[in-house]
Design a protein around this ligand. Sequence first.
Ligand SMILES: CC(C)(COP(=O)(O)OP(=O)(O)OC[C@H]1O[C@@H](n2cnc3c(N)ncnc32)[C@H](O)[C@@H]1OP(=O)(O)O)[C@@H](O)C(=O)NCCC(=O)NCCS
Length: 239
Amino acid sequence: MKNKIPIIELKWDTRLLKKKIGRLCMLPNHVKKIDTILDVARSKGYLYLTCRIDPPEFSQVRSLESAGFYLTDVGVTLEIKKQDLYLGENLLKVPINTATIKDIPILKKIIKSLFLHSRFYHDPFFTKDDADKIYQAWIEDAIKGISADKVFWVKNKGFVVCKKSHLKIGEISLIGVANKFRGKGIGRALLASSLEWFYSQGLNKVRVRTQLININSLKFYLSAGFKLCSCDMVFGKIL
Ligand SMILES: CC(C)(COP(=O)(O)OP(=O)(O)OC[C@H]1O[C@@H](n2cnc3c(N)ncnc32)[C@H](O)[C@@H]1OP(=O)(O)O)[C@@H](O)C(=O)NCCC(=O)NCCS
């Protein structure tokens, strides 16, 4: 192996954080080969690599651990089919609108430190400021239609980001309610709007990925009728 390595540069992350970040996208069987890849990655200026294994196999986990990668996330994907949706008897009636460019500054405030279960907030490579920046840029791109198809929000309180996936499956990329408004039914009302929108687009299957450690969000989805679909593990390595 000379200079060709199974690493894809994550250009969005690199540009945003001004640190060269890549994804190890194919895992060789031998630790020695991973070490060679890491050397080439260093020589190309990479500072950090992420590697997602989906579905996780323990032989891959061991290889990554031997090469010094550490676990940063265990993801759970849930799925709901239209007929399984259960939103309870008393769905909150609250104005829910499509978020537009003028709403970006408020949404950037709401999203700051909202997704504390995500890997970005506890991986030592990322500072808290990096993690905030990632989510703020994410919501901005979503509203501009760069990374998502629709963003609904309850003014000043919460939002949901919807994306049509290439498999004709809807994807809830992000859903969040500001801390002090949680537990009042806003999340469920946002979920209802997003699912209604997906169905109106002809997508009858909707998926969401969350963290295994985010028990409240798992309860939130399961109680609405989502079913477990798959899991993955994400590792990181500072170079
Ligand atoms: C997950 C989240 C969006 C839920 O929003 P919310 O407005 O608080 O949720 P709701 O009030 O609509 O609750 C709906 C149901 O979810 C479940 N739920 C929500 N919060 C819960 C909690 N803290 N503990 C246990 N169950 C909870 C319950 O089943 C609840 O139904 P119930 O009130 O009939 O018991 C919100 O907690 C949040 O923003 N969390 C931080 C960001 C996040 O983790 N997002 C999801 C990751 S993809």
